[in-house]
Design a protein around this ligand. Structure first.
Ligand code: ADP
Ligand code: ASP
Ligand code: MG
Length: 814
């Protein structure tokens, strides 16, 4: 004996019903088979909706009923040859006439009781099962239709009646002993009480019908045929990478279903577990997929977690007050009050201080709960021993489930670590001593992010997703995008990192794509994007609330630098090529670093100094390993190096500067480089990272530029440099006379920093610097005689982009 149950989508229309015929036909040839069917998808909802309309005095229900009638008649016409159709057409019309009569009654009486709800809802399963039975007969498949109400008995708790197992078992066995048919078709969901009135087993209860029959008949197995290939590691509607679970224990499956895995109705497994009857979850639309096997014992799946489930629309009720501490009976009264009003408690937490009890309930019960609890504790509230009940809405519960979690430390640590890193605030936590379920209450808006992040952690060791938001698509930005495009496949394969550029923006336009902007034609896409609005860009980034998000600033804009704090607050990491934030007033720099730390976000800005040279990372390594920076000597301007390495008095100084700008080494305004300002900012950042509290005005700058060059526009600057050529020639000649070279040097020692043009002798480390090279000498307690030297190309779009790229990847490792 086997029991097969087909859910609503599996019997949604004639096409699907033909599919289930093939499944049943192959399965039922050798073994006696019971087929339990649901109403066509959506029909139960529609019937109940008609009842509600009627109760509200709205006669639109008759139009809705006509649609229901047409839907069922269409199935009949498609499934059966004309010769078989008429008696089923009459049946469908009769049934829907009865439904209309019931609705008319509800309309007239203005009353829609639980008992009537059950009557009304029962027609969905009654009609679908009859149509399927008649279809099978018309196809020559012998079968017998039996009304579940005659063999499944319940109490009279309408809409979620309790099964009388003893009586039902007797009736089921009597029926099956007196019947010889190989294939029995039964409507799911419905039953009857002692008085013969129709009852239902709760929404989704057709699964339960299959279980009741399976248990009573000692079936070899029960199969639940639905629209997914098994019980999945998470709700597939929220986690696109969810995978079917091959084998799962009854206990684990029950925990998952109680916690929102809708694929199986929660009470279903209880009767089957008692007799160790295996349960399969199978996909009607992909019958060859193996599906999920639910049984007593399972195999280790390599991770302690079997699945993650979630329930949305939860409210948290908190009863608090010093009057509760050490006094027995408060929780009893609280739960009694809730139970008395049929309010189901989903989760309970009480801290050992006994100062508060927190209870999770369904959203729609919250107002009622407040009313009854405040009433139950009216005296204590008046005496100020407890506070009036506090309700918080818009919450969700997620739960990690797995038998193997027991006695394995570290799982909750990982769980809450991931939630924290993704900025998901945990409102309450519950874990029973069975250690099979760890539940956390979080904000509804975070549920998708939280589920995906946890799923990735526990089920997708294969890769992590990094969601990148870029602003700035100039020289460096476009190179970065090209590098990401080129490297995506490598990173996924070798670092198990999937990088998605979710948003791109420049000063004019912005685009978003949750699946990742196509990096092959991003320029066109951006051109056609919406007008740039930084506030809206940040807003969208926050709305998307994606895990492992990083904001990448490749602009030189003070407006972008001004929003960093706002970004950290949402736990998003920042990679900045833009130097403005780190060279802003010390308090702001410090606050940003602190804010990043407080919100578990990374803040990397390696390219602020020396493009991709590992300067800030090296400095941090010194400090982290307990060393102290005593002195820094550095040549930090790629532009000035290029200029002084190429200027020999033959081509004009202005020409050489123009060349540097053309090669992309300068800041957008080259005066920032020529004035020494850019070097000042860099040495200040290094000083700050070394622990110095420096401001720009604390840095001495012996500028070599005539002040006349620094006024007006960039063109004025070039013209004025031409006029001052003699001044530059003299600078060069003075150094050359001594056999030395000109270098613009930055120094930091004893809390003081300075920048200026120096004559460098041939034996000095700085002498052999070519092209756009940068060099930094770190003197530390440990490197006090010979400095540590970091040297190499310190400017250029390609190397700067690679530094930004490295920082982006570093955010995942932090
Ligand atoms: P049926 O109508 O066949 O009874 P249901 O709609 O009741 O089907 O249940 C199947 C649905 O449950 C799936 O389509 C899926 O969207 C949802 N679901 C939620 N959580 C899970 C999960 N963990 N595994 C599988 N399906 C899930
Ligand atoms: N048709 C019922 C419902 O929609 C029962 C079921 O499908 O399992 O709730
Ligand atoms: Mg279901």
């Amino acid at each position: 004996m086997q029991v097969l149950k087909f859910g609503g989508t599996s019997v949604a229309n004639a096409g699907n019903i033909k599919k289930i015929k093939n499944i049943i036909h192959t399965k039922a040839t050798h073994t006696r088979t019971v087929v339990v069917v649901s109403a066509f998808a959506g029909v139960t909802d529609k019937l109940l909706q008609c009842g509600s309309l009627a109760a509200d005095g709205d006669n639109k229900y008759s139009t809705e009923l006509k649609k229901l009638s047409a839907q069922h008649l269409e199935a009949v016409n498609e499934l059966m040859p004309v010769s078989h159709q008429s008696h089923m057409q009459i049946f469908v019309m009769q049934q829907l006439n009865q439904v209309e009569d019931i609705c008319n009654g509800i309309y007239l009486l203005n009353e829609f009781s639980a008992k009537t709800r059950d009557r009304l809802a029962s027609y969905g399963e009654l009609i679908s099962s009859k149509i399927i039975s008649a279809f099978f007969s018309s196809e020559g498949i012998a079968n017998y239709w039996v009304d579940a109400r005659s063999i499944i008995k319940t109490n009279s708790q309408h809409t979620h009646a309790i099964v009388d197992f003893q009586n039902s078992e007797k009736l089921i066995n009597e029926f099956f002993n007196n019947n010889n048919d190989g294939l029995i078709i039964i409507p799911g969901f419905i039953a009857s009480d002692e008085g013969g009135h129709t009852t239902t087993l709760g929404r989704g209860g057709s699964d339960y019908t299959a279980a009741i029959l399976g248990e009573a008949l000692n079936a070899a197995n029960v199969e639940i045929w639905t629209d997914v290939s098994g019980m999945m590691t998470a709700d597939p509607r929220l986690v696109s990478n969810a995978k079917p679970i091959k084998v799962i224990s009854y206990h684990e499956a029950m925990e998952l279903s109680h916690f929102g895995a809708k694929v199986i109705y929660p009470p279903t497994l209880q009767p089957l577990m008692k007799k160790s009857i295996p349960v399969w979850i199978k996909n009607t639309f992909l019958p060859e997929d193996s599906g999920t096997l639910i049984k007593s014992d399972t195999v280790n799946n390599g991770t302690m977690i079997r699945g993650i489930s979630s329930i949305s629309q939860v409210a948290l009720l908190s009863l608090e007050g010093s009057g509760m501490v050490g006094i027995p009976g408060f929780s009893k009264r609280l739960f009694e009050a809730l139970a008395h009003h049929d309010i189901n408690v989903i989760l309970i937490t009480q801290a050992s201080s006994e100062h508060s009890i927190c209870v999770g309930v369904e959203h729609q019960s919250a107002a009622k709960a407040k009313e009854i609890i405040d009433k139950a504790f009216a005296l204590e509230i008046e005496l100020q021993k407890v506070h009036p009940l506090v309700i918080e809405k818009d919450l969700a519960i997620l739960a990690l489930v797995g038998d193997q979690m027991k006695s394995h430390p570290g799982i909750s640590g990982r769980m809450f670590g991931i939630l924290g890193r993704n900025g998901v605030n945990v409102r309450a936590i519950a874990q029973g001593s069975s250690e099979r379920n760890i539940s956390a209450v979080i904000n509804s808006k975070d549920i998708t992010k939280a589920l995906n992040a946890l799923h990735e952690e526990f089920f997708e060791p294969s890769y992590k997703q990094l969601n990148v938001f870029i602003v700035g698509t100039g020289n460096v930005g476009s190179k970065l995008i090209a590098q990401i495009a080129q490297q995506q496949a490598y990173l996924q394969q070798n670092l198990l990192l999937q990088i998605r550029v979710v948003a791109l923006g420049n000063s004019r336009r912005m685009i978003f794509n949750d699946k990742g902007v196509n990096l092959k034609n991003w320029k066109e896409a951006l051109e056609n994007g919406e007008a740039m609005d930084l506030g809206e860009y940040i807003n969208q980034m926050q709305q998307k609330n994606l895990r492992n998000s990083v904001f990448v600033d490749i602009t030189a804009s003070d407006k972008v630098a001004a929003v960093y704090e706002q970004i950290f607050i949402k736990n998003v990491s920042i990679v900045a090529c833009n130097k403005i934030a780190c060279s802003s007033p010390y308090n702001n720099y410090f606050k940003l670093k602190e804010s990043a730390r407080d919100h578990n976000a990374s803040f990397f800005f390696e390219t602020n100094v020396g493009a991709s040279l590992p300067i800030i990372a090296t400095l941090n390594d010194f400090l982290n390993s307990g060393d102290t920076i005593t002195r820094i000597e550095a040549v930090l301007s790629g532009t000035l190096n290029f200029v002084f390495n190429n200027y020999d008095g033959k081509i004009s100084f202005a020409e050489v500067v123009r060349q540097a700008q053309k090669e992309g080494y300068t800041e957008p305004d080259p005066r920032l480089d020529l004035s020494g300002m850019d070097v000042m900012r860099k040495i200040m950042i290094l000083a700050r990272e070394s622990g110095g509290k420096l401001e720009m005005e604390d840095i001495t700058n012996e500028s070599f530029m005539p002040s006349s060059c620094m006024k007006g526009s960039v063109e004025d600057f070039y013209n004025e440099m031409k006029n001052e050529e003699a001044h530059f020639k003299k600078l060069f000649a003075d150094a050359e006379k001594e056999g030395k070279k000109l270098k613009f040097v930055a120094s930091y020692k004893d809390g003081k920093a300075s920048v200026g043009l120096k004559h460098i002798a041939p034996e000095h480390d700085f002498y052999h610097l070519y092209g756009k090279d940068n060099i930094v000498l770190f003197y530390t307690d440990r490197y006090n005689d010979q400095p540590m030297v970091v040297k190499g190309a310190g400017a250029g779009a390609e190397v700067t982009a690679s530094g930004v790229f490295a920082d982006i990847i570093r955010t995942m490792k932090a």
